[in-house]
Design a protein around this ligand. Structure first.
Ligand code: ZN
Length: 311
């Protein structure tokens, strides 16, 4: 069993419009854009990162905006909800704020004893706020009062035909079963106290999901160091998982493999972080390009990357 995994590192999803996506996560939700760059494997697409002040692991939601992204089909074998954590007593404020701002939200609910407010992102993606005990500091912005602001991830929920094999994998990765409510199993990573929850929702009759705008592309688990990552890579490989080689993603190192129902899992290092190539006081303000794509800057800006007007 692995001991190096420290909960979620980031969640990466697909958007249609960069402008709408940026405005929603910065202005409406009050996150900081901590990096504006491009997809390593397809530099014609942006890669936008939003999180807390430093973009700490466990706070960062990232998007590949793609104007040609097709419509998604919800179903099994995907991340069905991405949930952010807010301080206790905040959800009523958010409910009113969403209503006033024209952001679609669903009725409040209680899951595993925690108040939860599901809402939709600009591509109809399923997001939620969960009230939790929080010591993490938020990014301070005029949009959202500090006492109610998002602290980072609470959890993700995976919708699966059969939760058994994924539960076994997560337990191998260091998660422990923490509860069961109806067809939902909660797993918690005891090594950390935040961004440490994964819910598995069993739905044997639903069709397989098809990825498109609003889908989660992958979730990344956190490890402290490259040495820890090598241990994870070795142990998973020995257990029969098809794990990739280590990729340098500039702000972290990454390895990838597919979970039993095909969800892309990444294991990313907490080092070196987003201040690697720009001043921590100005994270995310300028377009940063990976070295190998720097020569394409003018072409990308002229022909592919839509201008993002800051809200
Ligand atoms: Zn990733």
């Amino acid at each position: 069993m692995l001991k190096q995994i420290k909960g979620l590192h980031h969640v990466t999803s697909i958007a249609s419009g960069a402008q709408e996506n940026n405005a929603f996560f910065t202005k409406s939700l009050g996150l900081r854009r901590v990096k504006k760059t491009v997809n390593f494997d397809n530099p014609k697409l942006y890669h936008l990162y939003y999180g807390n002040e430093a973009g700490s692991p466990g706070t960062v939601i990232t998007y590949f905006p793609n104007p040609n992204a097709k419509a998604r089909q919800e179903g099994t074998g995907e991340v069905s909800v991405t949930r952010f954590s807010v301080p206790k007593g905040s959800i009523l404020w958010w409910e009113q704020y969403f209503t006033e701002s024209g952001i679609t939200h669903l009725p409040r609910e209680t899951t595993f004893g925690q108040a939860q407010l599901p809402f939709l992102g600009p591509d109809g993606e399923n997001l939620a706020l969960v009230e939790a005990n929080e010591a993490r500091a938020p990014w301070r912005t005029p949009s959202v009062p500090e006492g109610h602001a998002i602290r980072g991830f609470h959890s993700v929920e995976l919708r699966l035909k059969d939760t058994g094999p994924t539960k076994d994998l997560l337990r191998f990765m260091g998660y422990e079963t923490a509860g069961q409510e109806g067809n939902r199993t909660r797993l918690v990573c005891p090594a950390v106290s935040t961004a440490n929850v994964i819910d598995l929702m069993e739905d044997p009759e639903a069709p397989a999901a098809q990825q498109g705008a609003g889908s989660v592309h992958h979730i990344a688990f956190s490890v402290e160091t490259r040495e820890d990552q090598m241990e994870v890579q070795k142990t998973l490989t020995e257990a029969g998982w098809a794990v990739t080689s280590v990729k340098d993603r500039d702000y972290f190192w990454a390895i990838y493999f597919r979970s039993p129902e095909g969800i892309l899992f990444e294991v990313a290092t907490n080092e070196p972080g987003f201040a690697r190539d720009e001043d921590a006081a100005h994270l995310g303000e300028e377009l940063r390009l990976p070295k190998q794509h720097e020569h394409l800057r003018e072409e990308l800006l002229e022909n592919y990357l839509e201008p993002i007007t800051e809200p």
